[in-house]
Design a protein around this ligand. Structure first.
Ligand code: ADP
Length: 479
């Protein structure tokens, strides 16, 4: 009697627990599904209906494989085995398919289901849809990658000026380590520490953005120029932070300065021979009017010729420079007798520069494939540089030889002021002129000469000692 009562009570408790569980399953926000040992669906709650698009009535008794992508069949068998062994399978991220075929990112928790006699009768799965979260994570990853990959220095700055985030380029451009700048005031990136507070921040808050050239400071104290664009970041129409994008424009500035210098040098250099020409021709005119043509002196005509030559060279350099920049330095290759060519150039140069002792020493016969006009241009440039940068009545020695590879090697040596070691490579740069030398050109001759020799697959270089002189060498492939 007592036993029957106990059984009845136990049944009551069981029924109450059962209906309580049913209620929980029905009202859960997570999808809850159960399957028997043959993978047939036995429980399908309303959240599962919503998640997968299948009604309970249509799916009960069907195989769970309906909602599993085929490439995940192996995975589910492995998970079920794990769960059976008592291992926890919780919040496992995988994929499922909706009735309409859409792929879902889900997180699943699997538990074995046993009957009163502790016999395994199936599995229950709680599924959470994480598609949105996954998409957000993916988007965030792309944003982060883009932020890191940009070559400009980008920082997100709080309204009070504290740095919240910064990318790799900020580290390299400003010279800071990975977390050194976090929480620091943005003012440390400026040369003028108050510039941001005084100019940038108020303008950005007023107009939404500010851009301009700014003197910036690296961690080692060196100053450089950036082009800065700062904009406000808003949330619900309220400013919450700033985004700063800074581009290092040191190289552009350098080129701009070089161009500005070039223009003033060009004007000056072109004016000097023109003034001389004007003076000589005016003097000639006066003499001609007064005494007739017999009084015109050959030496003066020579001077006119010399100045015209200089002008010609200067203008050719400007033209060639723009050709090099556009990749249009045309070459007309032919077989040439290098010895003969150098002899001719030396002769011309000796006539032009009478105050230097120009000597061509070697007389090797070497034939090369080259553009004779361009090689003459290089020779003229090297010889007139030797004249320009060495005292009068000194020697300029030209030698033609063969190097150990059989290449033709031409050298032009002077006894002039020489070039400091650290500047010997720079003189081949566009517009570069050694500051210690008084300006006597555009700083283009060697730049163009190197391009010409490069187009001949040769090399042009210098060996020089200050106050002792310089020797310029170039090579050409001989036949
Ligand atoms: P520039 O028209 O200024 O002579 P170049 O390109 O020919 O231009 O030469 C660049 C610079 O290299 C010159 O301004 C000068 O400072 C230096 N240089 C060139 N040749 C010599 C030389 N033979 N001796 C000393 N310095 C030289």
């Amino acid at each position: 009697m007592l036993k029957r009562k106990t059984i009845q009570q136990a049944q009551k408790i069981h029924t109450a627990t059962q209906s309580h569980l049913d209620f929980l399953v029905r009202s859960s926000n997570d999808s809850i599904t159960c399957t028997d040992l043959n993978r047939n669906i036995t429980i399908w709650n309303p959240s599962a209906e919503k998640l997968y698009g299948y009604k309970k009535a249509e799916i009960l008794g069907k195989k769970i494989d309906l909602i599993i992508p085929p490439d995940k069949y192996k995975e589910i068998s492995m998970l079920l085995k794990k769960s059976l062994k008592g291992e926890v399978v919780a919040n496992y991220e995988t994929e499922r398919i909706r009735k309409d075929g859409k792929l879902l990112n889900v997180s699943i928790t699997i538990s074995p289901v046993k009957n009163d006699k502790n016999k395994l009768i199936g599995f229950s799965t709680i599924t959470r849809d994480i598609t949105r979260q996954k998409r957000l994570e993916e988007n965030l990853k792309i944003f982060k990658e883009a932020f890191e990959a940009t070559v400009d220095a980008v920082q997100i700055v709080a309204l009070d000026g504290k740095i919240l985030f910064y990318n790799k380029a900020t580290q390299t451009i400003y010279g800071y380590s990975k977390s050194e700048l976090r929480g620091k005031s943005i003012s440390i990136l400026y040369n003028d520490r108050h510039f941001s507070q005084r100019i940038v921040a108020p303008q950005v808050l007023k107009r939404g953005s500010w851009s301009g050239e700014v003197e910036s400071k690296r961690s080692d104290g060196t100053v450089f120029t950036v082009w800065l664009i700062t904009s406000v970041i808003k949330h619900n129409n309220k400013p919450i932070a700033f985004i700063r994008i800074a581009r290092d424009i040191t190289e552009i500035k350098k080129l701009e300065n070089l161009k500005a210098d070039f223009l003033s040098t060009a004007a000056h250099e072109l004016r000097t021979p023109l003034t001389t020409l004007k003076l000589i021709s005016e003097a000639h005119l006066r003499k001609y009017k007064k005494y007739g043509k017999d009084q015109i002196k050959l030496s003066e005509l020579n001077l006119i010729n010399l100045e015209l030559n200089k002008l010609n060279l200067l203008i050719n350099d400007i033209l060639d420079d723009s050709r090099v920049e556009r990749g249009k330095l045309n070459m007309h290759f032919t077989t040439i007798d290098l010895n003969k060519l150098i002899q001719q150039v030396t002769k011309k140069m000796k006539l032009l520069y009478k105050h230097h002792n120009i000597v061509y020493k070697q007389n090797k016969n070497l034939r090369v494939i080259a553009d004779p006009a361009r090689i003459e241009q290089v020779m003229i440039n090297l010889i007139s540089n030797a004249v320009k940068y060495s005292p009068i009545f000194t020697n300029i020695i030209i030698i033609l030889d063969k190097d150990h590879d059989g290449k033709a090697i031409i050298s032009v040596r002077d006894e002039g002021q020489g070039i400091p070691k650290e500047k010997q490579e720079l003189i081949f740069d566009r517009f570069y002129q050694v500051k210690e030398h008084s300006s006597k050109g555009f700083g283009l001759g060697l730049y163009i000469s190197r391009e010409i020799i490069r187009a001949h697959k040769g090399k042009l270089w210098v060996d020089s000692k200050v106050e002792k002189g310089s020797t310029f060498y170039f090579t050409l492939q001989s036949l």
